[in-house]
Design a protein around this ligand. Structure first.
Ligand SMILES: C[S@@+](CC[C@H](N)C(=O)[O-])C[C@H]1O[C@@H](n2cnc3c(N)ncnc32)[C@H](O)[C@@H]1O
Length: 365
């Protein structure tokens, strides 16, 4: 049996190659090609250590095995049984330092204050971040650190603008990130409740005149719902006219002055989101989805979006605010690869210029 120090990068690569997981192969090997020292060095730079550590959203375990080199015990959890299986396959090389579990970081199956460090790399943008942060705070002992990375919207823009031209799939990933963020912002602002009466009445009138409902004596709510159902089926001019009107009302709403600076920030961002999602680079179905949701929010007073892929973006300001709400303090944030809390280690250059849209932070419970 291997001992921990004997699990070389070549062993790691051989192990991954022995697995038959076509959908993960390229990604796992890319991660492993960096070598274990890359991950260990990053942990040293951010001064990450602890006795009992949670790797929250461990994926294929590339950080888990590095954590095992500087922590006494690593508990690795992920929602995907296949990835947990990959990590579990390396447990035996690490003298029982690593244990694995299937589960979600927004409902952790651990008691309160059961870890003295939490590591969460590349996961928080896939979940409801407030719920997940509350869980990560709950399982951390007071005075202990959380390390986390998260995508800012710059990451999705990078996928669209820089990588999209040569890898069209990146445009779809990027557009999914932007549309998730747009809906998150519209929800945070409760757009359906704050929209002005004039906008609501105008759009309701346009909806009913474009899609008249027989039996005009029916209650107005019923008529609106019937008309909305016809609009959803429609593919002609009437639908595009309504879409444009609803988008114009949204733009207008997001441009107005909001009562506090957080709302103003969200509104400005939502406005930028509409323009990006309506640009010719993005497949037209994204514009249609925000337009449909806008018609529903404005005319019916309720949201209608269904996200196929939840991949959110958070900027440092809002993530810091959410961390503080969960009782974290001493929060240090940087572009990924730049945070260096150990003064004896020289700061590393940015992992890649294009990683500017990804952030990392250490926060104390
Ligand atoms: C981009 S990978 C990052 C994996 C690993 N932390 C790393 O940096 O290599 C995202 C991981 O988050 C996991 N994930 C997504 N939603 C999750 C959830 N609600 N709870 C736990 N893990 C989740 C995915 O299965 C995937 O393994």
């Amino acid at each position: 049996m291997f001992r921990r120090s004997e699990f070389t990068d070549a062993d790691w690569m051989d192990y991954l190659k022995s697995l038959d997981l076509p959908h993960l192969n390229d990604w796992m090997r890319d991660q492993a090609e960096r070598g274990q020292e890359f991950y260990r060095r990053r942990l040293r730079q951010i001064g990450f250590r602890g006795e009992r550590v949670l790797d929250a959203g461990c994926g294929a375990g590339n950080w888990t095995i590095a954590l095992a080199s500087c922590c006494t015990e690593v508990v690795a959890i992920d929602i995907d049984p296949v990835r947990v299986g990959v990590t579990a396959g390396m447990q035996k090389y690490f003298d029982a330092k690593i244990s694995t579990q299937i589960g979600s970081i927004d409902a952790l199956p651990f008691p309160d204050e059961s870890f003295d460090a939490v590591f969460c790399h590349g996961v928080i943008f896939l979940v409801d971040y407030r719920k997940a942060l509350a869980e990560l705070a709950r399982v951390l002992r007071p005075g202990c650190p959380l390390y986390m990375t998260y995508n800012g919207k710059g990451w999705w823009r990078h996928l669209i603008r820089d990588r999209g031209p040569s890898e069209p799939q990146c445009i779809v990933f990027g557009a999914n990130g932007l549309i998730s963020r747009y809906f998150m912002l519209a929800d945070e602002l409760s757009l359906e409740t704050v929209i002005g009466d004039v906008a609501r009445q105008t759009l309701q009138k346009e909806l009913l005149s474009a899609f008249p409902v027989s039996g005009a004596a029916a209650p107005i709510e019923f008529q609106l719902h019937q008309a909305y159902a016809s609009y959803l089926e429609c593919r002609d001019e009437r639908c595009s006219r309504l879409n444009e009107a609803a988008l114009a009302f949204c733009r207008n709403e997001f441009s107005r002055a909001w009562p506090d600076s957080r709302e103003t920030r969200c509104a400005r961002d939502a406005l930028a989101g509409i323009d990006e999602l309506c640009s010719p680079t993005i497949p037209p179905e994204y514009k249609a989805r925000i337009a449909r949701d806008a018609v529903s929010r404005i005319a019916l007073g309720r949201s209608d979006y269904v996200l196929e892929v939840h991949t959110y973006a958070h900027e440092p300001e809002e993530m810091t605010e959410a961390l503080v709400q969960q009782g974290f303090h001493g929060i240090e944030t940087a572009h990924e690869g730049c945070l260096c809390l150990d003064p004896t280690i020289a700061p590393a250059p940015l992992i890649h210029e294009l990683h500017k849209g990804v952030f990392e932070c250490v926060a104390w419970r």
